[in-house]
Design a protein around this ligand. Structure first.
Ligand code: AMP
Length: 194
């Protein structure tokens, strides 16, 4: 069983890399941002609520996010494992993830952290805005807010998972395929050691 957090700031390449990894390892991909965006498109109550935070670059509240994630995890009782993309983003979310996995008799394999400096992130998000259609990519103030939220609320998770021996840093700058190969070699090591 392989349960991986693909971690990193907005624009680090989590979505791009997740696509490659799910295909190779046959894992269920849970992107909280994507689930919120799907709910916004479908104009659900959750979507309307999430949009009010996302448009400002803020995090959706922990209670709402955790409840949603748990229901998504429960939709895949037979999963060979999960790639969590964009979750957890806070310490309470990390603790909740631990509880969900324990309930399933599982544990986290590793947190793979794509590390990219801020000037590069801003460039990437501005470029992505041209095609993503995401309002939160198009506004420089919202981008700055998302980076600040990452630094203040999400970055402390590295220490949290490092203390458990689960933090693996990956240089997120370079060719997409090169980074993907590095991620795969780390995951292969986890499988062998698993
Ligand atoms: P992402 O697609 O991961 O960049 O997420 C887009 C936005 O969705 C974020 O800026 C947050 O507003 C919201 N979001 C995604 N994941 C979470 C999470 N784990 N906790 C709280 N808010 C989240």
């Amino acid at each position: 069983m392989l349960n991986i957090i693909l971690f990193g700031p907005p624009g680090a390449g989590k979505g791009t890399q997740s696509e490659k990894l799910i295909a190779k390892y046959n894992l269920v991909h849970l992107s909280t941002g994507e689930i919120f965006r799907n709910n916004i498109k479908a104009a659900t109550e959750l979507g309307i609520l999430a949009k009010s935070f996302m448009d400002k670059g803020q995090l959706v509240t922990d209670d709402v996010t955790i409840k949603m994630l748990e229901s998504e995890v429960n939709k895949s009782p037979d999963a060979k494992g999960f790639i969590f993309d964009g979750f957890p983003r806070t310490i309470p979310q990390a603790n909740a993830l631990d509880t969900f996995l324990t309930k399933r008799g599982q544990s986290l394999s590793a947190l793979l952290s794509l590390e990219v400096n801020e000037p590069e992130l801003r460039l990437r998000l501005a470029e992505r805005a041209k095609s993503s259609g995401r309002p939160d990519d198009a506004n420089p103030e919202v981008i700055q807010k998302r980076i600040d939220v990452y630094n203040n609320e999400t970055l402390p998770l590295i220490k949290h998972f490092d203390a458990q021996g689960k933090y693996i840093a990956i240089n997120g700058i370079g060719e997409i395929n090169e980074i993907s190969n590095i991620l795969c070699s780390k995951i292969d090591e986890l499988i062998v050691c698993g």
